[in-house]
Design a binder for this molecule. Structure first.
Ligand SMILES: C[S@@+](CC[C@H](N)C(=O)[O-])C[C@H]1O[C@@H](n2cnc3c(N)ncnc32)[C@H](O)[C@@H]1O
Ligand SMILES: [Zn+2]
Length: 319
């Protein structure tokens, strides 16, 4: 961590802003070991391997998620080279990441970053997406509950060393973010919101830490069609990971409740055939671009509502 991180942090115990850092080891890039001390409640939080640990309450659900990811990590061969290639992947990993990667690049290009943004990557995991923001010059912070290499924040070292960039890494819970109000221009979330045990609590926290006019960018979130069940029985759930699927309106209602105005974007790599055929028909039939754009948006919405799919949203905090 670097000292300027204190400008966006608050104490997760008492919410005090008067924090200081005691460094016991540095490497020329950052403070690798030490503590963050709260001068109000006198609690202290460890900094280890550059990661600031502000996760104060490891609930049984968080412990189960940590255990589950650590177990699943062993099922594949992970290398630094693979991490550096994400989200595109290399070799046999390419196919598994293909649609997520295409979608990420498409949505990332929509952000038109100028490099001055302060960005929180929520559920950063291995930090590949955090590294994209840092490469663009943004002040980027990744938060997750996982610390270990190849699933969690420690993987960040691979990007920091190899790409000659810097970003902050914080162990913390998405439902009680250890940040001050209104400090981020962008909260970026990929494939993570559905791990929340309480969508309302998470989105309220996202809204709280966003500046007025700031954006929540939500991508790669699974949505289930309106007639389908929201129960899951996959390997991740069996391993103890908090996987959920929601219906579209559950996301939208909670986003609105958090004071965010959203727009749904097309998922690149969408494979719902009936809807794709209808879209193709309308793109030929409706020559007027603005009219086509409007029907296209309506189809995205209807597809997610009736058939489900993958949700992409950019939501703005009201100024
Ligand atoms: C499917 S992974 C996505 C990781 C990363 N965004 C990516 O696309 O590779 C979901 C992430 O959510 C994180 N997560 C789960 N519960 C969390 C919580 N309560 N607070 C913060 N992160 C959490 C997990 O540790 C995991 O890294
Ligand atoms: Zn405190």
């Amino acid at each position: 961590m670097r000292k300027d991180l204190l400008e966006v942090l608050h104490c997760p115990s008492c919410f005090g802003k008067n924090l200081s850092v005691i460094s016991t080891g540095e490497n020329g890039t950052e403070i690798r070991d030490g503590t963050i001390e709260c001068n109000s409640c006198k609690k202290s939080y460890p900094i280890k391997d550059g990661i600031s640990n502000l996760l104060i309450n490891i609930t049984p659900e968080i412990a189960s998620e940590q255990k589950g990811w650590t177990e699943l990590e062993k099922a594949v061969v992970n290398t630094d080279e693979l991490m550096l290639s994400l989200p595109d992947g290399i070799g046999e990993h390419r196919a598994a990441w293909k649609s997520q990667a295409e979608n990420f690049h498409h949505m990332f290009s929509k952000l038109e970053l100028d490099g001055k943004e302060t960005v929180l990557d929520l559920g950063a995991g291995r930090c590949w997406s955090t590294s994209f923001f840092a490469e663009r010059g943004c002040y980027a912070v990744g938060i997750d509950i996982l610390l270990t290499k190849y699933v969690g924040l420690l993987t960040g070292d691979v990007f920091i060393k190899n790409k000659n960039i810097y970003f902050e890494r914080i162990a913390g819970d998405m439902n009680t973010l250890p940040f001050r109000d209104r400090v981020f221009d962008i909260v970026f979330i990929t494939a993570t919101l559905h791990h929340s045990l309480d969508l309302h609590a998470t989105l309220k926290e996202v809204s709280r830490v966003l500046r007025p006019g700031g954006k929540m960018v939500l991508i790669n979130e699974p949505v289930v069609g309106m007639f389908k069940k929201t129960t899951l029985d996959c390997v991740e759930v069996k391993a103890g990971i908090n996987e959920h699927v929601h219906k579209l309106w559950n996301y939208l209602r909670n986003i609105k409740k958090a004071g965010l105005e959203y727009r749904i974007y097309e998922y690149i790599g969408c494979c719902c055939r009936p809807v794709n055929l209808l879209k193709q028909f309308f793109s030929v039939a409706l020559r007027k671009k603005s009219l086509y754009k409007r029907t296209d948006r309506m189809f995205n919405y209807l597809q997610l509502l009736f058939f489900g799919g993958i949700l992409n949203i950019i939501a703005c905090k009201k100024a």
